[in-house]
Design a protein around this ligand. Structure first.
Ligand SMILES: Cc1cc2nc3c(=O)[nH]c(=O)nc-3n(C[C@H](O)[C@H](O)[C@H](O)COP(=O)(O)OP(=O)(O)OC[C@H]3O[C@@H](n4cnc5c(N)ncnc54)[C@H](O)[C@@H]3O)c2cc1C
Ligand code: SF4
Length: 224
């Protein structure tokens, strides 16, 4: 159905997860992760663990993370609100548990709080083909610019971590600065500071830096 709830809960595209003759800690806990020493081109460079290095595939969730979205749910004991950045879990030692949703809990709606950056935003998706392809790297950037200075900033990255990834340190670095290529490069460096590549996806580190810089430039330029 390509529903909003389904998009939030879509599962990994890791080929080992779908190949049932392969071990996979996410499919069969404690069976191993062949992606770590295998073909890991699409996998994570941030937030991975020694149990699982898969990347979250969604585009929509990356934009929702940048927009500070709130997921409204219901379960037999009541309703609750979950901030989107807390909705997905990092793999840690339990990669089979992907979200904080309980087994009998339903997503009812997703709330987008009022935003302060009507004109200064960008969603940039870098992929192998022009259409019908998941992100190698994506970036959602939102800037609130007042009197030539960045008053607030949000940056979320996709395709490079097991959950939509907010680049909090990079966001902090932008606040109070004038939008410039130099500032954007410093923010991109901060966003990727702890990145760790694997044999086939090392290129994603520099690609992510460039994606962040370009998405910030487009956001700063403003949309009509
Ligand atoms: C070839 C292909 C390319 C794609 N490309 C992209 C892409 O580039 N970017 C992108 O973001 N996505 C992409 N998708 C994902 C797609 O857009 C869907 O969001 C995704 O496949 C989930 O499908 P669905 O929405 O139909 O959910 P379903 O498959 O119906 O549901 C997924 C899971 O969520 C559960 N669920 C659904 N709704 C709720 C709810 N309200 N509460 C609790 N649980 C619920 C279901 O029980 C199921 O377990 C792609 C998918 C395919 C197959
Ligand atoms: S990266 Fe995760 S999903 Fe892929 S094989 Fe390893 S444990 Fe399984």
């Amino acid at each position: 159905m390509a529903s909003v709830g389904g998009n939030l809960l879509q599962r990994t595209r890791c080929s080992y997860f779908y190949d049932v003759v392969q071990p996979c800690n996410k499919r069969v806990p404690n069976s191993g992760c062949p992606a770590i020493d295998g073909y890991n081109r699409m996998h994570s460079i941030l937030g991975a663990s020694s149990k699982c290095i898969t990347a979250h595939p969604s585009d929509m969730c990356v934009a929702l993370a940048a927009l500070d979205a709130v997921v409204h749910t219901t379960e037999p004991s009541g309703d609750r609100k979950i901030v989107l950045v807390d909705f997905h879990k990092l793999p840690g030692n339990t990669p089979e548990i992907e979200t904080v949703l309980l087994p009998d809990e339903l997503i009812c709606s997703v709330e987008l709080p009022p935003s302060t950056f009507a004109k200064n935003w960008c969603y940039l998706k870098v992929r192998d083909r022009a259409s019908y392809a998941f992100a190698l790297v994506s970036a959602a950037t939102c800037l609130e610019i007042e009197n030539g200075q960045i008053k607030s900033a949000t940056i979320a990255l996709g395709g490079i971590a097991p959950k939509p990834w907010r680049a909090v340190e990079a966001e902090k670095l932008l606040v109070g600065k004038a939008p410039s290529e130099q500032t954007f490069k410093a923010a991109a460096d901060a966003a990727l500071e702890n990145a760790k590549g694997y044999e086939h996806n090392n290129f994603k580190i520099e690609m992510s830096r460039r994606t962040v810089v370009r998405a910030l430039k487009v956001a700063a330029g403003g949309v009509a």
